[in-house]
Every structure is written in structure tokens, then in C-alpha cells.
Design a protein around this ligand. Structure first.
Ligand code: 21W
Length: 197
């Protein structure tokens, strides 16, 4: 599965180089391409934002630079473009599983007050939020989406891990224990001691 990420802050995505996702990228099971929107600015000093028409606080990302960054993506016509936005539909496990069936996802991360509506109308297929609280941009939400969706790509996790979730239905969980058998005077529950799978 391939993710292309359109962002002003590609350096925020370093965490995806570690652990399970990092390993899946190394093993070519996942491809994650970071596209720095600023590289496509034709304005003085690589400017990417401007004051909003109608007034108001903050800055708005200009449409042309976002559009040019988008147009640099190979096979963009076949991809699903998701705009991470506080106005989007909240991500849940059902949506995560649905997205894991896509071959190619483009993630558009806004920063500042958002992105000029005209380029959004032109390129966005779906708007997704990660919850009802305010962040500074779409980068952390994009990482949440990549992390949660990638778990469902074959070869990313050990076979059983996601199966167990669907078996237990509602992400039902239980306390877990590992060695030592006694920690701070507290023993692992007796029923678990004879089963090491
Ligand atoms: C937060 C941008 C608030 C803009 C008109 C004028 C992506 C996010 C984000 C951000 C505003 C997600 C406005 C949960 C999040 C994100 C940055 C306010 C209002 N409209 N999921 N002013 N929370 N946040 N703009 O914040 O980009 S997914």
C-alpha cells in the first residue's frame, strides 16, 4: 500500500521510521512518500500562506502551491485523496478497515487556519478528523491514519493480531501479564500460569 503525504512539515513524520511501521516500509510492504508543499512555491521567500479574505485571525494556505504539489504525484488519478480536517468525519475502526482496502492514499495536511477552499473542492475526495479537540495541523492526524490503517495490511503485523480484534468484536480487552511470576509481591492470576501460547 502506498501513502503520499502533502505537508509543510515533513520532518514531523520521523516517528513512522521506527517500530512496526518503519519495519514495514523497510520490507517494502508499505511505501510512505513525504511531499513538502513548500518546494512548489513560486512566491518570494517560498511563501505558502496569505491573510484570509474577509479578515480574521491567522493565515490560509494558498491554492496554487497545494495544487502544484498535488500534481507532482504520480498516478494521483487512481488514488483516494483525504484531507485531514477538524470539520471532517471522525475516524473510527470501521473507516480504518475500509481505508485499508485502498491501494493508494494521498493525505493532505493543513496547517495554520486551513487551505483555500477552491483547491479543496478541486482535489479532495474525503475529509477526516481524528476527534473533537483542536490541534495545530493535520500532520499528527495523518500519522494516526497511516498507523491505524497499516495494521490491516498483510505482512505488517504478525498474522493473529488483527484477527483477535475482530474475533473479540468490540475491541474487548483484558489485563495481560508477562514474567516475572511474582512482581512486588503480586502473583500472575493462577489460570494463566499453565498457558504460554
Ligand atoms: C484547527 C485548523 C482549527 C483550523 C474558518 C476560520 C486535522 C484536526 C486537524 C486546525 C482550525 C484534526 C476556521 C482533530 C484537529 C487540523 C488544525 C480552525 C477554523 N474556519 N482532527 N477559521 N482536530 N487542525 N479553523 O485539529 O488540521 S484532522
Amino acid at each position: 500500500m502506498k501513502f503520499d503525504v502533502l505537508t509543510l512539515f515533513p520532518e514531523m513524520f520521523e516517528p513512522l521510521k521506527t517500530s512496526i511501521i518503519g519495519k514495514a516500509v523497510q520490507n517494502k510492504i508499505l511505501e510512505i512518500n513525504l511531499i513538502n508543499i513548500r518546494d512548489f512555491s513560486k512566491a518570494k521567500h517560498k511563501k505558502v500562506d496569505d491573510t484570509p479574505y474577509g479578515g480574521g485571525a491567522g493565515m490560509v494556505m494558498m491554492p496554487e502551491v497545494v495544487y502544484d504539489a498535488y500534481n507532482s504525484i504520480k498516478n494521483k488519478e487512481q488514488a483516494k485523496l483525504i484531507y485531514l480536517s477538524p470539520q471532517g468525519k471522525t475516524l473510527n475502526q470501521k473507516k480504518v478497515i475500509e481505508l485499508s482496502k485502498e491501494e493508494h492514499i494521498i493525505l493532505l495536511c493543513g496547517h495554520y487556519e486551513g487551505i483555500d477552499q477552491r483547491v479543496l473542492d478541486e482535489i479532495v475526495d474525503e475529509e477526516i478528523s481524528v476527534g473533537d479537540y483542536v490541534l495545530t495541523g493535520g500532520e499528527l492526524p495523518a500519522m494516526i491514519l497511516i498507523d491505524s490503517v497499516s495494521r490491516y495490511i498483510k505482512g505488517v503485523l504478525k498474522e493473529e493480531s488483527t484477527k483477535e480484534e475482530s474475533f473479540s468484536g468490540n475491541l474487548l480487552e483484558y489485563p495481560q501479564y508477562t514474567r516475572p511470576e511474582v512482581f512486588n509481591g503480586v502473583k500472575v492470576p493462577e489460570v494463566l500460569l499453565s498457558r504460554t501460547s
